[in-house]
Design a protein around this ligand. Sequence first.
Ligand code: UDP
Length: 328
Amino acid sequence: MKVLVTGGAGYIGSHMVKLLAASGLSPEVVDDLSGGRREAVVDAPLHVGDVGDSAFIDAVLARTRPAAVMHFAGSIQVGESMREPARYYRNNLVATLALLDAMRRHGTTRLVFSSTAAIFGNPVHVPIGEDHPKAPINPYGRSKWMVEQALADHDAAYGLKSVCLRYFNAAGADPDGVLGECHDPETHLIPLVLQVASGRRPHIAIYGDDYQTADGTCVRDYIHVQDLCEAHLLALRYLAAGSASTGFNLGNGHGFSVREVITAARRVTGHPIPEVLQARRAGDPPSLVADARRARQTLGWQPRHADLDTIIGHAWSWELRHACWTRP
Ligand code: UDP
């Protein structure tokens, strides 16, 4: 089964490509390499180009004729989306609509879409199940929620079947040590904390300690990238079985504060990791924790690396051994 993976040179996409290949499927990657890395694409052909470029994506679909598309490509930073919303609507919404048009032209009827917990905004309750109100508070979340709504309409009108997977905080690295997280610039908490531990940064900034949480810092539900990818594989099988379009929240159901993550990283790495308190980052909800029971029940999803120290430990191995392929 041929699967087209957009953003397959990026963090989660590259782990997905490796898992698809290991599972006997045939992934092909589309990536414009604006955020992804050529070195991250293992075991799959890479088509370099922009998902929003209709002529390019038409040519790729004509050549590959995939049974399904996994759409990871997009812009992912909450803070940047507040400063540059146009980029988010262009890369996440407009480009996805172009991809959907191309899929329709080529008769590709199945899509697994990378969505986000940011579609929920400030939670009215935690943990957050699929029925929680969708009220995103930043352009990143809004752009993803708009795509989710467009996908529902595309199913009703054109029969496009999709599964939207709302990631909570993707973290960790390939347990085999081949792949890991490599954003430039890096903005995510766990890789930044580990860059402090390895001496690449002087300190970790804590963005606000006056939130309505137990220690005042933001609480997030960190989910291992490998567990996320396994959920995608199950979603693919779900669609292949002819099941209805839907969405699933993906997290472990345990929230950790920024301070708890830093403490865990000190424990795992044995490094002191200096911290500096800074102002809040615009667009951050205080607490995001998933209720992922639906994914467990419907897809049979079973996270295997739920422990925070394991997640940080895999990311630490990656930081020490590869550090984005820039060091030996
Ligand atoms: N955060 C922080 N310092 C950093 C990076 C992130 O305090 O250098 C906080 C951020 O404000 C948020 C949490 O860590 O509350 C997780 O942020 P991240 O960017 O990793 O993921 P997000 O929740 O934005 O998807």
